[in-house]
Write a protein that binds this ligand. Structure first.
Ligand SMILES: Nc1nc2c(ncn2[C@@H]2O[C@H](COP(=O)(O)OP(=O)(O)OP(=O)(O)O)[C@@H](O)[C@H]2O)c(=O)[nH]1
Ligand SMILES: [Mg+2]
Ligand SMILES: [Zn+2]
Length: 330
């Protein structure tokens, strides 16, 4: 009975105080986050009615994030408040900075991570791509790879020679050129009707791609878009764009994804985040095999047979060392 004029919407952006929420009728409103929603176990509304238990259940870690579906309520003065955060179907998260427990949700209700690299300019680093893919895997999210600027290396076929290894692993790889308008339609379709988290190094053409595929988006090109937030380790920079002409698709800019050293992943779980290693993980002699110097390691056997790429294996070893080194202090 207290759900007077309650309406749902999706959080597009926010500063922590005020949030921009797109209501289901399409209108974007500014909404404040009610104080008591942030607290756990508050249990009841001010008027005594019970809240849904969705918030209190997760309230101690739950912070509002872009992509969250929320219940809106209007108060007497006509201002809109976020009354409830509805259950998340997925999230893209990293460990909270500064060594605390818990995690920072970069975006909620994400369906896929789209990792963009340039075929050249800037020169791509496969190991960085592997980090992004691990982040997606660690969050149980599907990943898709875009290799943009293919015209700089002689076209899609030339680019594919370098990157098809990822296709063999099972990741969809798109070869695009904004400049020559290559591969844009196919990529456009991959964004339709889903929530995508877009990530990748600066200057690879993420904003250019979105502008080329979605007229009216008008994102700024050629700037270091998240310099403002650099080093602050907040989720503030994340921004969810409703995609015009994409059957309700959204794309989230997720600058916070770059601090990959901070990810809440235990070193022993890392091998699971390399899909092509999974079939071998149960075949090592030791259940806790680190796949480095242990005898009878099925992963290393697979590498020497050529079933697993040396580059990916080296990425795994490097990331594992990094996670082990980072763990005690952070
Ligand atoms: N040659 C070539 N240049 C491109 C292509 N796509 C984008 N660019 C250029 O690459 C530069 C960077 O593009 P942006 O779209 O701003 O890159 P971004 O990935 O959004 O970068 P950040 O916002 O800093 O993360 C711009 O000068 C674009 O014009 C392409 O397909 N080929
Ligand atoms: Mg950009
Ligand atoms: Zn092993």
């Amino acid at each position: 009975m207290t759900e007077i004029s309650a309406e749902q919407g999706v959080v597009l952006s926010g500063t922590g105080g005020t949030w921009r929420v797109q209501r289901d009728d399409g209108i974007v409103v500014e909404a404040s986050l009610r104080g008591r929603i942030k607290k756990s176990n508050s249990g009841k509304r001010a008027d005594g009615s019970l809240r849904r238990d969705t918030i209190s259940a997760a309230a101690d870690t739950l912070k509002l994030a872009v992509g969250d579906r929320v219940l809106l309520e209007e108060d007497e003065s006509g201002s809109t408040a976020i009354a409830e955060i509805l259950p998340r179907r997925s999230r893209l998260a990293r460990r909270a900075p500064g060594g605390g427990h818990g995690e920072r949700v970069v975006a909620a209700n994400v369906d896929q991570v789209v990792v963009v690299f340039a075929a050249a300019n800037p020169e791509p680093h496969p190991r960085m791509l592997d980090r992004f893919l691990v982040i997606a895997e660690a969050n149980d999210l599907k990943a898709r790879i875009v290799i943009n600027k293919v015209e700089l290396v002689g076209g899609a076929d030339v680019a594919r020679e370098r990157w098809s290894l990822y296709e063999r692993i099972g990741y969809p790889v798109h070869y695009t050129s904004v400049k020559q308008r290559l591969g844009l339609e196919e990529l456009h379709d991959a964004f339709a009707g889903v929530v995508s988290a877009l990530t990748g190094p600066s200057g690879v053409g993420k904003s250019s791609l979105l502008n080329a595929m979605f007229a009216g988006l008008d994102l700024r090109v050629g700037e270091i878009s998240e310099s403002v937030n650099k080093g602050r380790h907040t989720t503030v920079g994340a921004y969810l764009h409703p995609l015009p002409d994409a059957q309700g698709g959204y794309v989230a800019d997720t600058p916070g994804l770059r601090e990959v050293g901070m990810w809440a992943l235990s070193p022993t779980e890392l091998d699971q985040c390399f899909p092509e290693l999974r079939p071998f993980l149960t075949q090592c002699r030791f259940a806790d095999c680190r796949h480095s110097v242990e005898p009878d390691c099925a992963v290393r056997d697979a590498v020497s047979r050529g079933d697993v790429s040396v580059a990916r294996y080296e990425s795994f070893i490097k990331l594992r060392e990094e996670l082990e080194g980072v763990k005690p202090s952070r």
